[in-house]
Design a protein around this ligand. Sequence first.
Ligand code: FAD
Length: 267
Amino acid sequence: MRIYVCIKQVPDTSGKVAVNLDGTLNRASMSAIINPDDMSAIEQALILKDATGCQVTAVTMGPPPAEGMLRELVAMGADDAVLISSREFGGSDTFATSQIIAAAISHLGIGKDDIIFCGRQAIDGDTAQVGPQIAEKLDIPQVTYATEIDKKDNVVVVKRMLEDGYMMIEVQTPCLITCVKEKNVSTRYMTINGIMDCYSKPLTILDFEALKDEPLIEIDTIGLKGSPTNIFKSFTPPQKGVSVMLEGDGRETIADLVDRLQKKHVI
Ligand SMILES: Cc1cc2nc3c(=O)[nH]c(=O)nc-3n(C[C@H](O)[C@H](O)[C@H](O)COP(=O)(O)OP(=O)(O)OC[C@H]3O[C@@H](n4cnc5c(N)ncnc54)[C@H](O)[C@@H]3O)c2cc1C
């Protein structure tokens, strides 16, 4: 059994967000982090590895420096890593990204016991489309919003987080699962041994040349040329109202707040 975990390196938006004149993110000026939902995906995969001894493979599509992030994931417990990187893949939208990742996983081989984990959503593109699209392209079932995953033979039991509760669902492997973060569950740290070993573990680089014979890869379905999404306009919405800071003694501020809300008939 092998678990592929799709991990995206994203710009750290908790600090200053730099935007280019054309409205795109200035990624070069911002530090890169592992997409938060993908941390849940790797943790869920490592929990299954602890329970079953399965192989965990971290997969990313990105520029060559993404190798550093993959080494971190290996230091956390992944067995190996795959970097999908090529000039031909640059400028891909979600359709083309999922096409390329699906082709790469198909190239590496997906067995009847295997699972693909993704995060639910990336904090930069924010579409939550890539995971479900990979499943569609590989023609395997998918379960979204997973917080807990358990495997019995070739059936996976998934706990899904919904707005008003949880849903338990069973799915047959091979399948794709998108993961969300449960508030009280944290991701493990890299271990000292993991850090020492991470450069001796296998890292496969798949470029266009390696994938070009895969049925899903055609030059007009990848990269900017193969991306059907067009961004017509990108802008910061105008501020709707003026915010008011209530400062001072707690009791007085609360009384002031209640008074303001009552005047507006909010309470
Ligand atoms: C015309 C166009 C050109 C673009 N050009 C570029 C570009 O040159 N460089 C660029 O970085 N972005 C580019 N983008 C943005 C790019 O489309 C998205 O960032 C990307 O497709 C992922 O979509 P998302 O961020 O909404 O991910 P989501 O669908 O929200 O991600 C869900 C999950 O899918 C997995 N996933 C998503 N992306 C990857 C990945 N790359 N590797 C591994 N797993 C992944 C992760 O598990 C993630 O949690 C472009 C977008 C458009 C429309």
